[in-house]
Design a binder for this molecule. Structure first.
Ligand code: FMN
Length: 178
C-alpha cells in the first residue's frame, strides 16, 4: 500500500458543518455499498454515496471514506473492491451497511467474484469490480480510485438519495408524453 497523496488546501472562513452537510445533500446521488475481502478473509462493506465515475480510458471510478470509519484501514490495504449500486427496493440494505457491526454480511445474500473473491451483493442495479489503484488525502476522508476490471448491469431501477432522504426516480414531467 502506498501512502495517500496529499492535497493542498487553503484556509477558509469557519463554515457551519450542519449547513455544509445540508448543502452537500442538495446534490442527488445514487446509493452504493462498497465491499471488499481482507487479507485475513473477512468481508467488509459500507454504504457510500460519494461514488462517482471518473474516466473512460482508462476506466476509473472514485469514492471517499471517512478516515475515522472502522473499515478505513481495511480498504487502505485492500487490493480490490466492488461497488454495488443499490436498487430502489434496497433501502434496508443501505441502512444495514451504514450501521457498524462485527459481521455485516451475516444473512445477506451475496455472490463472490470468481476471479477476485470480493463479496458482491445480490439484487442490485449494477456492480463494478475494481482494482484499488490510488488513494488521496481529502480532509477528513480518503479518496479511493478504482480501475474497473469487470462490471454487470442488472436493469433494476436505482435507489436515490437527496436531502438526507431515500427517493425513487420518476419520469420528468416535462419529458413525459402528453
Ligand atoms: C446514504 C448514505 C451514504 C453514505 N455515504 C458515505 C460515504 O460516501 N463515505 C463514508 O465514509 N460514509 C458514508 N456513509 C456512512 C457509512 O455508511 C457509515 O459510517 C458506516 O458505518 C461505515 O462503515 P464502518 O462502520 O463499517 O466503517 C453513508 C451513509 C448513508 C446512509
Amino acid at each position: 500500500m502506498n501512502a495517500p497523496l496529499e492535497i493542498e488546501h487553503a484556509d477558509t472562513p469557519a463554515l457551519d458543518p450542519a449547513q455544509l452537510r445540508a448543502v452537500f445533500g442538495q446534490f442527488a446521488t445514487g446509493v452504493t455499498v462498497v465491499t471488499t475481502l481482507t487479507e485475513h478473509g473477512r468481508r467488509v462493506g459500507l454504504t457510500a454515496n460519494s461514488f462517482s465515475s471518473l474516466s473512460l480510458d482508462p476506466p476509473l471510478v472514485l469514492w471517499s471514506l471517512r478516515k475515522a470509519a472502522p473499515s478505513c484501514l481495511d480498504f487502505q490495504h485492500a487490493g480490490r473492491f466492488a461497488i454495488n449500486i443499490l436498487a430502489h427496493d434496497q433501502i434496508a440494505l443501505s441502512r444495514h451497511f451504514a450501521t457498524p457491526a462485527e459481521d455485516k454480511f451475516d444473512g445477506v445474500p451475496c455472490t463472490h467474484s470468481t476471479l477476485t473473491r470480493v463479496p458482491c451483493l445480490e439484487g442490485t442495479s449494477a456492480r463494478l469490480v475494481c482494482r484499488n489503484v490510488g488513494q488521496y488525502e481529502g480532509g477528513d476522508h480518503l479518496i479511493f480510485i478504482g480501475q474497473i476490471e469487470h462490471f454487470d448491469v442488472f436493469g433494476k431501477a436505482p435507489l436515490v438519495f437527496h436531502g438526507g432522504q431515500y427517493r425513487a426516480l420518476i419520469e420528468h414531467p416535462a419529458l413525459s408524453p402528453a
